[in-house]
Design a protein around this ligand. Structure first.
Ligand code: GLA
Length: 494
């Protein structure tokens, strides 16, 4: 159909008037499809004044103001600048008005996402009503993980890309690589398995996980155990459905599917509760897991806030994260690892400090740095949850993960705390007494060039190098070793 010229001009004027009159002021939700049937929703409050757009993104923990916002000729533009881990992170939003919606592309340093802004309400943007918290009591010990859990977790390598096939293949690889024989047992699915709730409020899986019961059966058939993930908040950290208000129902579902381990991640619970209220919030799930009657390891993840090591065991926690997220680079691992020594005495059989999952084999550190990572985690009696792709790891990575002599330090049943014996410049000597009266000693070089380090043997005559797998001849009452940059010499002295 060809429109007469005058009608066309009138239409164009009308359209531009409409655009000009569109007032974007109000509540909006930015819906980004995750590719598995879910949407990641981020709420915004916008105020339009002429061609200027102000307002904020309403995240779980705070309002992030938008800057340089404009609405011009049907185009919407703004940026959000936030500081995360001492880094300034800028996200740039560019969109086009499309009827009552805005088609939007958001460019962040690590990703570009396409989604749509839809009108929302203050109610939808607000957290759900606060539920009452239970009075405190000590949750009985479930008797699990008397030594730190050994296994694998999907997050560090796969994040939102984990699916049923990957988990099955990881279980296969855990067996084929010799990791199972070395003691690894848990195959843990982290965030992004969740679907929506059904009419009865039961949590369902998204299309990446068509049948959780069958998947758990498969992992069990390999002689391994399987873990799952949720949040005490309404949403998980990746924006999926959390367990808020469905704690017992979800625990029952995990038990019915056959899960043996739950990582429970604070995330959006911060929109409802204060840090000081974490204990009763976690206790609720601790009780719920026990009530299922199935042995399920309870892993607390709240980034070490509120001195969790002082109350984690009381809520039924078998392990508790003591830090923010680890990154696959030296600075992150070094900062996290060496900060743990002071709280080491809080770890007890069945109740462990968790400085986060391993990055060994993910490519961001040198072999020496990864050996430091393994050695430090073993001395700390930390859970050893591999975070790499077990199907394709190099022989060197595999050798680090299955080093039986290093794993034996981690798993030592006496669970005595590691101590800092000496510190000189960037050299640190750590020592951990072991159950058989031997001691594990780590000579750590946190500096960026090799150093000579020495340690006194205190009458011990048998010296074993746990990375070289050889006995070292003793010369007098001391031992000298050259330690590479960011490296370690790990010894067992008898
Ligand atoms: C938080 C946790 C991570 C991981 C992600 C998943 O950041 O600390 O270990 O579980 O959430 O969204």
């Amino acid at each position: 159909m060809v429109l007469p010229r005058r009608t066309l001009v009138a239409c164009l004027i009308l359209a531009s008037l409409l655009i000009a009159q569109t007032d974007l002021t109000g509540f909006w939700v930015f819906r980004v499809p995750t590719g598995d049937g879910n949407f990641r929703d981020l709420f915004f409050e916008w105020k339009q004044t002429g061609e200027t757009l102000t307002g904020a993104a309403l995240t779980d923990s705070r309002k992030l103001p938008i800057s340089r916002g404009t609405v011009k000729n049907g185009k919407v533009h703004f940026t959000i600048v936030r500081v995360a881990e001492n880094r300034t992170v800028t996200s740039t939003y560019d969109g086009t008005l499309d009827g009552k919606r805005v088609q939007m592309t958001a460019v962040r340093p690590d990703e570009t996402v396409h989604g749509v802004f839809e009108r929302s309400t203050p109610e939808a943007a607000a957290p759900p009503a606060r539920l009452p918290l239970p009075p405190l009591h000590d949750v009985p010990d479930n008797g699990l993980v008397r030594t730190p859990p050994l296994g694998w977790n999907s997050w560090n390598k796969f994040a939102g890309r984990v699916d049923d096939k990957t988990v099955r293949e990881m279980a296969d690889a855990m067996v084929a690589s010799g990791m199972k024989a070395a003691g690894y047992v848990y195959v843990n699915i982290d965030d992004t398995w969740e679907g929506q709730r059904d009419a009865k409020g039961n949590i369902t899986t998204n299309r990446k996980f068509p049948d959780m019961k069958a998947l758990a059966d498969y992992v069990h058939s390999k002689g391994l155990k399987i873990g799952i993930y949720s949040s005490p908040g309404p949403k998980t950290c990746a924006g999926y459905e959390g367990s808020y208000g469905h704690e017992q129902q979800d625990a029952n579902t995990y038990a019915a599917w056959g899960f043996d381990y739950l990582k429970y991640d604070w995330c959006s619970a911060s929109r409802i509760y204060k840090d000081e209220e974490m204990q009763p919030v976690y206790q609720k799930m601790g009780d719920a897991l026990l009530k299922t009657g199935r042995p399920i390891v309870f892993s607390l993840c709240q980034y070490g806030r509120n001195d969790v090591w002082k109350w984690g065991a009381k809520v039924g926690g078998n392990l508790w994260r003591t830090t923010g997220d680890i990154g696959d680079h030296w600075k992150s691992m070094d900062e996290i690892g060496f900060r743990q020594i002071a709280i080491a005495p809080f770890a007890k059989p069945g109740h462990w400090n968790d400085p986060d999952m391993l990055e060994v084999g993910n490519g961001g550190m040198t072999p020496d740095e990864y050996r430091t990572h393994m050695s430090l985690w073993a001395l700390l009696a930390a859970p050893l949850l591999a975070g790499n792709d077990l199907r394709s790891m190099s022989a060197e990575t595999r050798a680090m993960l299955v080093n039986a002599e290093v794993i034996a330090i981690d798993q030592d049943r006496a669970a005595q705390p590691v101590q800092l014996v000496s510190e000189k410049g960037s050299s640190e000597v750590l020592m951990r007494p072991l159950g058989d009266h031997s001691v594990a000693v780590g000579l750590f070089n946190r500096g960026s060039s090799a150093v000579e380090m020495s340690v006194s043997l205190n009458g011990k005559t048998h010296i074993r190098d746990l990375w070289e797998h050889r006995d070292v001849p003793a010369a007098g009452d001391g031992l000298k070793a050259s330690v590479p940059a960011h490296g370690v010499v790990l010894l067992r002295l008898k």
